[in-house]
Ligand binder design. Structure first.
Ligand code: PLP
Ligand SMILES: N[C@@H](CCOP(=O)(O)O)C(=O)O
Length: 431
């Protein structure tokens, strides 16, 4: 499959090249040139397919012929070695738990898939690839874990100092080997801007192969469409009208859900549930896209002022505002509302949601008030113990710590502090 740049000023390219570049030379995000819906039989037969079989069919068209089918089967099987259970709260709302992977966040799927694709493409490469990642909390840990020890790949993670949870920071600063963490005096948007600037800096790109493991990279982003299909498989025999509420920051996940819809998944509506970083909520109200600096919240991984993937959403709905509104609603919630929701979910359903999942629940609740026929699947994007401070304060109970969290808690953080793009550049040139 070929991919084109959404800035339309760079040549089309292959899946392999799009993965190795991350971002197109004109700074545009790559997008597949064609999306062919899966057959009706695929969806009729979905109950009989394993997660790996579903994923293989869903992603095959995008990655072939550069990843041979046998290799792709192995990649999806290894990527999806954990579960994606649904917890039904009531007849209108469920949680889809996306936190059963090694770093307990939904990013594990994309990070593991991309690490394997890049490993495949780097086998015979003469030069190491440097993967640059900006994180507001979870991408960094998932990428660090997914790429740890991958031959020919070095990972550099940029994270905003003091703005990620303690566990998230441990997950991204303690692995060593081919992983380095840069602690940025700034916001997630500053980190993301520095990464994008590096791709355009010839003084860097002349010396090293740089790519991104954020959702701007198609190999990180596209696998996120799998779990919309896994949810459909679990619920389609029970509910006719499935809608997804997606806690959103950089909008890769909503946009991946929309790709599942383009592949024929019978989902009629998406809800982008936001904290107070709500440029898309405001856009859907006003048709005016007005980016503001990000605000720090308790759902920190969604503290994104200028979401990278919104351009992909615009492409999917052909820049048609009315069509977009038919498919997407968006709501924004304060930290206070999020805490009340966490308490409500715990008291009413004995379920401990993390702050991001709770924002998703609030979006679902808003939507089903006016759509009582809908069953809304909220993505529970991270395990609550990744946010012990907030969860402990709100739930006031001891929560058992899973093995993945216990394994990093007492490790020693190792990071390098930087403040400016020049600091990043100096680091990259002098490693
Ligand atoms: C726990 C959690 N929830 C939600 C999001 C937002 O997802 P997206 O950036 O795909 O909108 C993130 C980060 O991306 C996250 O880590
Ligand atoms: N919320 C993310 C921000 C980056 O999003 P990505 O999906 O583009 O990697 C994080 O946790 O780092």
């Amino acid at each position: 499959m070929n991919f084109f740049s959404l800035n339309k000023e760079a040549p089309d390219t292959t899946f392999k090249d799009a993965v190795i570049r991350g971002l197109a030379p004109d700074r545009g995000l790559y997008f597949p040139e064609k999306i062919t819906p899966l057959s009706e039989d695929f969806f009729k037969n979905i109950d009989n397919l394993s997660h790996a079989e579903i994923a293989f069919e869903a992603i095959k068209q995008f990655v072939s012929p550069e990843i041979p089918e046998d290799e792709l089967k192995t990649i999806v099987e290894e990527t999806l070695s954990f579960d994606f259970p649904i917890v039904e709260l009531n007849k209108n709302i469920s949680f889809l738990e996306l936190f059963h992977g090694p770093t307990m966040a939904f990013k594990d799927v994309g990070a593991r898939f991309m690490a394997r694709c890049l490993g495949h493409f780097s086998k015979d490469a003469k030069q190491d690839v440097t993967v640059l990642v900006a994180t507001s909390g979870d991408t960094g840990g998932a990428v660090a874990n997914g790429f740890l020890g991958v031959e020919g790949v070095k990972v550099v993670i940029l994270y905003p100092s003091g703005k990620v949870s303690d566990i998230q920071e441990k997950q991204l600063t303690t692995l060593k080997k081919n992983i380095t963490a840069l602690e940025v005096n700034g916001t997630f948007d500053d980190c993301q801007d520095m990464v994008k600037q590096a791709f355009l800096d010839a003084e860097l790109t002349d010396h090293m192969k740089l790519t991104s493991a954020n959702s701007i990279n198609v190999a990180r982003w596209l696998p996120q469409l799998f779990y919309f299909m896994f949810a459909y498989k679990q619920l389609h025999n029970k509910y006719d009208n499935l809608v997804f509420s997606i806690p959103s920051g950089n909008f890769g996940n909503v946009c991946a859900g929309m790709m599942a819809q383009q592949l024929g998944l019978p989902i009629t509506h998406y809800i982008a549930s936001n904290n107070e970083n709500n440029v898309v909520t405001r856009y859907l109200e006003s048709e005016h896209y007005d980016v503001k600096p990000s605000i720090q919240t308790i759902s920190n991984a969604m503290d994104v002022g200028n979401p990278s993937n919104f351009v992909r959403i615009q492409e999917i709905y052909k820049n048609d505002f009315s069509l977009l509104k038919e498919n997407l609603s968006s709501y924004s919630f304060t930290d206070e509302e999020t805490k009340v929701a966490m308490k409500e979910i715990y008291n009413d359903y004995s379920y401990v949601a993390d702050p991001h999942g709770a924002v998703g629940y609030l979006g679902a609740k808003n939507y089903v008030e006016s759509h009582p026929e809908a069953h809304c699947v909220c993505l529970e994007t991270a395990h609550p113990t990744k946010f012990l401070d907030v969860v402990g304060e709100v739930i006031k109970e001891n929560i058992e710590l899973p093995a993945q969290i216990l394994a990093v808690m007492d490790k020693k953080k190792k990071s390098i502090k930087i403040s400016t793009y020049n600091d990043l550049k100096t680091y990259l040139l002098n490693r």
